[in-house]
Design a protein around this ligand. Sequence first.
Ligand SMILES: *Cc1c(COP(=O)(O)O)cnc(C)c1O
Length: 398
Amino acid sequence: MTAVEKLAPGAPPTEGFIPLSVPELQGNEWTYVKQCLDTGWVSSAGGFVERFERSVADAVGAGHAVATVSGTAALHIALLVAGVEPGDEVLVSTLTFIAPANAIRYVGAWPVFVDAEPDYWQMDPAKALHFLERECEWRAGALHNRATDRRVRALLPVHILGHTVDLDPLREACRKYGLAMIEDATESLGAGYRGRPVGRLGDVGCFSFNGNKLITTGGGGMLVTDDAAAARRARYLTTQAKDDPVEYVHGAVGYNYRLTNLQAALGVAQMERLGAHVAAKRRIAAAYDDALQAVPGITPMREALWAQSAWWMYTVLVDERAYGIDARELMRRLERDRIQTRPLWQPLHRSAPHVTAYATDCSVAERLNRLALSLPCSVGLTPADQERVVDGIIASRT
Ligand SMILES: *Cc1c(COP(=O)(O)O)cnc(C)c1O
């Protein structure tokens, strides 16, 4: 039975289908979930939530971790505890999944979209600094965007595809201008920046355990921080801001964002496999690199000297002139061979709900959006299936 069949009983047969990315559930998942069912601890209380929080905190070396129902919920709460207020602006990558920009809007703030750099496709620190230094002014003890007159409050770099943003220049800018930094590390659990785990390089870091992520709880998220007060506040806000659990007294508008014990049981089992999952991703990436480097018009993603990538989603650029067809056409041809691939996200400054937000020049992200294609890279991808993907790419060239 393939992983897909196990995940979707009753779904159409998947014989020969190579999905982009499916969960790997080969560890203690059954054992721990069964413990929840046997003991009745399935909901918001129970030992697995705390164990899961501890294992993630330990993996990234953070003092505190608070589990949430999703990565998006973690980002929402992170923005609140970082002090982002309605009308503020937050710098965020334009080339990313939409969740962080939506979270900025949940708190009534506005994104400022920053372009990707061309080498590793992450938020471009040079463009972020150019915006802060040239397009903002210091007024009434805070930095303001001259064009919108809004206060700039925080940076939200997104580590995309398992790689990391070049954070040092951004951290320096946060110090200089008194800005908060929230890391969206939802795609890069297990990755490092200059030898340090991502997720604790800013004030608050966020992870996701959605089904397509490196480890999964079905759905889930986590916020990590070294700041005990921020962690306390986050825990309070994710549990309906309860002041007195017996009398149902609440001190703020809170959220029902707590992860359940059932999901955390999956998370504990998955975290036991984190190192093995990253190792598998590295192996898959190295094999693709070897096989694809010589194919004209195909440029694999790279790892910066300052990054230890977790290689979450292996992606290549397709140059139509050298390869013969463009990325979208390659996707369609591979689909006919029952191989699933995907382009990267529509850059968020072009996304209907966010077009009115301010943005730097974002031409690199637009170019990457035209050229990029993510290839099948499940942790459990077999060498034979990977060979089929490579053969499909070589055969599609015209
Ligand atoms: C997956 C992801 C999230 C969070 O997603 P959830 O589905 O809410 O867990 C946030 N940001 C990015 C960049 C992501 O890829």
